[in-house]
Design a binder for this molecule. Structure first.
Ligand code: AHR
Length: 654
């Protein structure tokens, strides 16, 4: 038997391949191997507005507390002027106050009033440093806007400037107010320099009285250049995962800290200055500039199915920091209107433009439907009668009015235990189509639970693993997750969907660890876990091919550090092998492609490998990343998986 190794772009990283004569004749197909279907929606993402994922994160707004709505309710140290400085550099004087007597709208009640007695040499105004400094790129345009009410009678000259340390100017824009009443003014500033800690200053230049609200600065270049859009680099990192779906807007954020804190999607649509803002359960503020319209549009922009989650009309059981007894149910008298809100959400996403809520979507600039297919009801809720009664009411009504929508139920925060068992029993009783399991565990748990779904009954609800992560961002953590994910592919007939959690975290405001992608105002740091998610997502097949990969080690059966899967992508005909070696020794995997006609041609090897403790950090953001190589294959029969590695080999078939 002639053995050949052909690696087109061989590098030191290249693991050993052994190619042997293929035993099956041409024309035999993978179908002989009893292929199992894999859910089309298996690998997606979960976005929660946690750790400044929305404001100060994915949402591209550069001004913090733009509408003066921060309050001690968000965070004990905050008030409407937080993150604003009163700017009187040119020896002027006057007064500054926050008022609420005549707002733009009652849903955005606070605004700032400057009463300038003497503007001094430079004018008097306010300065905002954004979220830990404003990041500027030289030559790029930044769109500024503000609402102003000219209270004194004469027009007021106003200067808006981007500034660096010691007041150095990075660009400016000036205008004059006209007439009384709230009016929006806007303009564009071209940044003259790169900066990561710029500030925006707005100055009124004459003696006057002026009211100011909704001060906004957006990079002109947002993701896909959408208005009120997403930060381009961060959104691109999410898009590069090629997620099949995106669950949003949380998590615990959805069911909220007490009934008044439940996330209400209707407060998050329409013109941004009219949106009713509220406290974020993670102890900050939600401007709702990133609201349901923007979530749906972002899903469309990245080719992900939208999976909105609504509260099951109960608040989080940990409300008020009670750790387990704070769940409250909405009064039964409010259930009709609460359920109507959920039906309206479906109409907002999918209804014709002639419908009430479809018309609102069209008015926001999207006449076409968003093709909503899934809706999550509840998040990790304690399985109580309060929960069950309300979930059932919502579920029955959504089913009756929208049989085309797939409901996702919830079975508590852990992979087993009381809420899990009760949740599954309840889902069984109601025949909920999909249930959402969550688990945050040690890497060993993920390695040991590769077979978790092998024994699940095929006749019950399908599973959505809505939140999972091993406790850490090292390569070893990521490999443990990869090993577990091979089991998800093998059980892709009942595991309908899975999403790592949480997805985003601002490095200066991280309230939960680990996360998939870290960032600050300037850079984006995808983790080792990110590369695992990406390798599985972009290499997801629609059919599982059993019996292809077997580890040769004597103790391989017991060795949970080794795992593998083989899938077929029917669209391209490609066969994709995923081989995980989370152990310290090279592992020899026998590959049996009998019946699969692989021509001698190019294939792609994607390899993630390193030391188990390797981690991407802000100082070393690329310590762990996928290396891709084109290789030539002839009758692949075995593969030597390097220690601590994930190898994804994409083979073309005849
Ligand atoms: O993902 C972070 C949190 O973990 C989510 O808000 C909650 O659903 C889970 O407990």
């Amino acid at each position: 038997m002639k053995l050949t190794i052909k690696i087109l772009f061989a590098t030191l990283l290249t693991p050993a391949f052994v190619f042997a004569q293929q035993s099956a004749g041409k024309g035999q197909s993978t179908e002989k191997k009893q292929l199992k279907p894999i859910s089309n929606d298996l690998f997606g993402v979960f976005f929660e507005d946690l750790s400044y994922s929305a404001d100060g994160g994915l949402y591209a707004e550069l001004i913090q507390n733009r509408s003066f709505e921060y309050s001690p309710g968000d965070n004990k140290k905050w008030q409407p002027l937080s993150f604003w400085e009163y700017t009187t550099a040119g020896f002027g004087y006057g007064t500054i106050s926050v008022e609420s007597a005549q707002p733009i709208t009652s849903t955005n009640p606070h605004y700032l009033v400057l009463n300038i007695d003497d503007p001094g040499k430079e004018g008097i105004g306010i300065t905002n440093a954004g979220f830990d400094g404003i990041c500027l790129h030289a030559g790029e345009n930044y769109n500024f806007s503000v609402y102003i009410k000219q209270i004194s009678s004469a027009p007021i000259p106003v200067k808006v400037e981007l500034r660096g340390a010691k007041g150095v100017s990075y660009g400016q824009f000036s205008f004059k107010t006209q007439g009384s009443g709230w009016k929006k003014y806007d303009g564009t500033i071209k940044a003259t320099q790169d900066a990561d800690s710029a500030k925006l200053t707005l100055l009124a230049l004459v003696k006057c009285k002026i009211a100011i609200d909704e001060v906004s600065l957006f990079p002109e270049h947002t993701f896909k250049n959408e208005k009120n859009g997403m930060r381009a680099d961060l959104a691109q990192a999410v898009a590069d995962l090629k997620p099949k779906f995106m669950r949003f807007p949380g998590g615990c954020l959805v069911h909220g800290d007490g009934l008044d804190n439940i996330y209400r999607w209707k407060n998050t649509i329409g013109p941004v200055e009219f949106r009713q803002q509220q406290r974020n359960i993670w102890n900050y503020h939600q401007s709702f500039g990133l609201g349901f319209f923007e979530y749906f549009r972002f899903c469309e922009d990245i080719g992900a199915k939208p999976v909105p989650v609504v509260a099951a009309a109960v608040s989080c059981q940990n409300s008020g920091g009670t750790r387990g007894t704070g769940q409250k149910g909405l009064p039964m008298t409010e259930m009709k209107s609460y359920i109507q809100d959920i039906l309206d959400l479906i109409e907002y996403a999918n209804g014709p433009i002639t419908s009430k809520w479809g018309a609102k979507r069209a008015a926001a600039g999207h006449p076409k439907p968003f093709h909503l297919q899934y809706i999550g009801i509840g998040n990790e809720d304690k399985q109580t009668d309060d929960f069950r009664n309300r979930f059932k009411m919502i579920c029955n009504e959504v089913r009756a009015k929208h049989p085309e929508i797939t409901i996702i139920g919830t079975v508590g925060p852990f992979p087993s235990g009381e809420d899990f068992d009760l949740g599954w029993a309840f889902a069984d009783k109601l025949s909920v189509p999909v249930v959402d399991e969550h688990f945050y565990q040690k890497p060993a748990w993920f390695l040991d639970n590769n077979a978790r779904y092998d024994g699940y009954r095929r006749t019950k609800s399908k599973v959505y693993i809505g939140e999972y992560a091993s406790w850490g961002n090292s390569l070893f953590n990521a490999l443990a997750e990869a090993a577990f994910m091979t089991g998800l592919e093998r059980n892709g007939d009942i595991v309908a969907m899975a999403s790592y959690a949480p997805m985003l975290a601002n490095l200066s405001h991280t309230s939960w660890n680990p996360n998939l992608i870290y960032f600050n105002n300037k850079i984006v740091v995808p983790t080792a876990n990110y590369y695992v998610q990406q390798l599985f997502s972009v290499n997801q097949g629609d059919l599982y091919v059993p019996g292809v990969i077997r580890f040769k080690q004597d103790d391989a059966v017991k060795d949970s550090t080794l795992a593998a899967s083989c899938v077929k992508d029917s669209k391209t005909g490609n066969i994709i092998l995923k081989i995980v070696n989370a152990g310290a020794k090279e592992a020899n995997a026998a590959i049996d492609l009998t019946g699969i006609n692989i021509p001698e041609q190019q294939a792609t090897l994607n390899l993630l490998k390193g030391k188990p403790s390797d981690k991407n950090t802000i100082n070393d953001p690329k310590a762990v990343q996928t290396i891709s190589q084109e290789i030539t294959t002839t009758n692949l029969s075995s593969y030597l998986a390097p220690p601590y590695s994930l190898s994804v080999i994409r083979l073309k078939t005849n």
